[in-house]
Write a protein that binds this ligand. Structure first.
Ligand SMILES: Nc1nc2c(ncn2[C@@H]2O[C@H](COP(=O)(O)OP(=O)(O)OP(=O)(O)O)[C@@H](O)[C@H]2O)c(=O)[nH]1
Ligand SMILES: [Mg+2]
Length: 226
C-alpha cells in the first residue's frame, strides 16, 4: 500500500516536471523546433528507426537527436557514425528522461537551425509515459517479438501517444503476433492514434508502411513550425 507522503511526493515531482516541460516547449516553439518523443521497451528498434527516418527527412528538415540511456554513449555514437547531430543524456539510475534533463541540455547546447528534434527515451514501456519533456508528438514503438498483448498490459504509454509503430514486421513469420489483435487493443485504448507497420532497412515485408510514417512525421514537422 502507498503511504500518503509517497503519493504527495510523487504528485509534486510530476507537477514540477510538467512546469519544466512547459518551459522546454516554449523554448522549442521560440526556436521553431518540432520535438518528437520516441518511446518503447528496450531494443524495440528506436535508434535503428530514427536513423532511417532522418535519412528520409533530411532533405526537408534539419534534424538532431537527444539520446537517453542509463549508461554510455553507444546510441549517440551510432547516430554520429550516420552523420547525425546527436547529444547524449545519461540518466544514471533513472528509467526515463525527464524535463529537467532536457532543459539542462537545451541551455548547454545550441540547437540553432534545427527543425526536428528526436528525443530517444530510455527503453521502458512504463516510466517514460509519466514524464512530459515538452515534446509536440509522442510515438511509441512495439516490436512484434514483444507480443501483441503489450498495449493491453502496459496501457498508459499507448493511451498517451499520437502514433504507434509496429516494428520488426519482417519477423512476423517467426513469432506469434497478430497485427489485428494488437490493433484491436490499440483501438480500444486510443482510437485516434495512427498505427504503422514498419521494417527498418531492406528487410522483406510486403506491407511496409515506412513511407507513410515519414509522410505523417513530415506533416507533423510542418504543422508545428513557425
Ligand atoms: N529483424 C529486424 N531487426 C531490427 C529491426 N529494427 C531494428 N532491429 C534490430 O533490433 C535490435 C535493437 O535495435 P535498436 O535500434 O538498438 O533498439 P532501441 O530501441 O534503440 O534499443 P535501446 O535504445 O537499447 O532501448 C538491433 O539488433 C537492430 O538491428 C527490424 O525492422 N527488423
Ligand atoms: Mg536505442
Amino acid at each position: 500500500m502507498h503511504n500518503i507522503l509517497d503519493i504527495h511526493l510523487t504528485q509534486k515531482i510530476l507537477e514540477d516536471n510538467d512546469q519544466l516541460a512547459l518551459h522546454n516547449r516554449e523554448h522549442f516553439d521560440e526556436e521553431g523546433i518540432t520535438a518528437f518523443n520516441f518511446m518503447s521497451a528496450p531494443g524495440a528498434g528506436k535508434t535503428t528507426l530514427i536513423i532511417e527516418l532522418i535519412k528520409a527527412l533530411k532533405n526537408q528538415f534539419a534534424c538532431a537527436v537527444i539520446e537517453g540511456d542509463m549508461v554510455g554513449e553507444l546510441d549517440t555514437k551510432r547516430m554520429k557514425d550516420a552523420d547525425i547531430n546527436a547529444f547524449q543524456i545519461s540518466t544514471g539510475k533513472a528509467c526515463h528522461l525527464d524535463a529537467s534533463m532536457v532543459a539542462r541540455l537545451l541551455h548547454e547546447q545550441s540547437f540553432d537551425g534545427t527543425d526536428i528534434l528526436f528525443l530517444e527515451n530510455v527503453g521502458n514501456l512504463v516510466c517514460p509515459a509519466e514524464f512530459a519533456l515538452g515534446e509536440h508528438v509522442n510515438v511509441v514503438l512495439l516490436s512484434v517479438s514483444e507480443g501483441d498483448d503489450k498495449p493491453f498490459k502496459y496501457p498508459v504509454i499507448f493511451q498517451k501517444c499520437d502514433a504507434v509503430v509496429l516494428t520488426k514486421c519482417d519477423l512476423l513469420p517467426h513469432v506469434d503476433f497478430s497485427i489485428e489483435r494488437a490493433k484491436s487493443f490499440l483501438k480500444d485504448l486510443n482510437p485516434d492514434a495512427a498505427v504503422f507497420e514498419v521494417v527498418a532497412g531492406k528487410r522483406p515485408y510486403s506491407n511496409n508502411q515506412f513511407d507513410q510514417l515519414v509522410a505523417w512525421l513530415s506533416e507533423k514537422g510542418k504543422s508545428f513550425q513557425k
